[in-house]
Design a protein around this ligand. Sequence first.
Ligand code: UD1
Ligand code: CA
Length: 468
Amino acid sequence: MPDALAAVILAAGQGTRMKSSRPKVLHEVAGQPMLNHVIRGAQMLGATPIIAVIGHGSEQVRAACAAPGVNFALQAEQLGTGHALQCAASALAGFAGNLLLLCGDVPLLRAETLQELLDHHRAEQATVTVLTAILANAHGYGRIIRGAGGVEKIVEEKDATPMERSVGEINTGIYLFAAPRVFALLAGLTNDNAQGEYYLTDVIAAARAAGERVAALAVAEAEESMGINDRIQLAQAGAAMRARINTAHMRAGVTLIDPVATYIDPQVTIGADSVIHPGVHLHGNTVIGRDCVLEPGVIVTDCTLADRVHVKAGSVLAEAQVGADTDIGPMAHLRPGTVLAGENKIGNFVETKKATIGTGSKASHLTYLGDAVIGAGVNVGCGTITCNYDGVHKHVTIIEDDVFVGSDVQFVAPVRIGKGSLIGAGSTITRDVPPDALAITRAEQKTIEGWAARKRKKREERGVRGKE
Ligand code: UD1
Ligand code: CA
């Protein structure tokens, strides 16, 4: 299959300039390790297999970036980019076709750009096609040296003559190669250069020397090819990625009050006419419906929100499902396993965890609902607590439909409250309550008339004597 496509992603380097104990490719851009953005690009092109060459922190990288269709090859010692590709050779044994080479620290490249590069490579029937960029400041990059017959070679900054350094067209480090031909060319490389490394860039001169075709394509937006070497570039790439994500949402009909201060991960989807206020973070596989409002400082991770959900300021939601027409917050905390059927109100300082709550039920203030199964039409009063943990095991509280729970009630689980019952304020419920009952556990009120006045008088008398 000459048209088959495989990808190799170079990700073994340490990233010294990050000054980090974490491998460079695991630093996050828009909420995801930068390597994952690169993997997604290769996946979108349909490359298979995808081989990530890892070295520094390889176990961490493997754990963080494992994905279907992604294999890992180890480069135990970092002897250069050419050597890194060689390390993927055995994983590609028997592969014949186009080989896309990506760098784990170049996360902004769009799949459309990679597709253009692939189309160009196919049209040119080249042994190597390099993606280049024209930069105002080319410092640090390999320069593209062109002659009468096209690209002749790439010269690294450290090996370049002053003449070569004046060239503004640079090597982005992204290529398409003919495989397995590229591995034969790699085998002939030496490390006779300023850095004593096996340079992948030398494949170009080698292909030319063998009389083979070398092609080049300049990327339209140079920013896409930006490589991340330090934390300043990491922040710049994050801002660029967010701008791209946020622009797409706005084009699709989402209002972002201040896109610069809105943090949305790439996989998140948002329905039209939703309004996202500043300081909102939407992470992971979050789905937001239509006509939702997310007020300032809301943080949502791996949640599904149906239409017309209003999340008020400062609320934090994780692994929760929220039905339509629900109001949450301000400052509510929906923790994993929360399932709200819809038309719910979860008010300020309410925390839910592993709680299923039926249609129209409300917990408006200062409440903890954990390991709870709550029916429809339930009113949970202010200050209610499900006591779900006995120090060893978690237990479930079941509250059936249309129960009215007064304020300041504790449910000591396991306990079940029957449909339509009423729980008196201030009760500690330790036993099941049948349907349509009243349960109340308060001690009876004792009122002693005049007691406070007498006490005050005594205090005054003592005070007068004290002064004499
Ligand atoms: C490389 C190119 C340079 C290009 C630049 C674009 C070479 C010799 N130079 O330089 O022409 O302008 O990228 O960003 O290829 N890596 C490994 N194993 C190694 C060495 C590197 O996996 O032994 C990985 C790094 O983790 C990184 C990528 O390869 O993801 C590029 O390596 P880096 O050292 O950053 O190369 P540059 O000096 O930037
Ligand atoms: Ca680099």
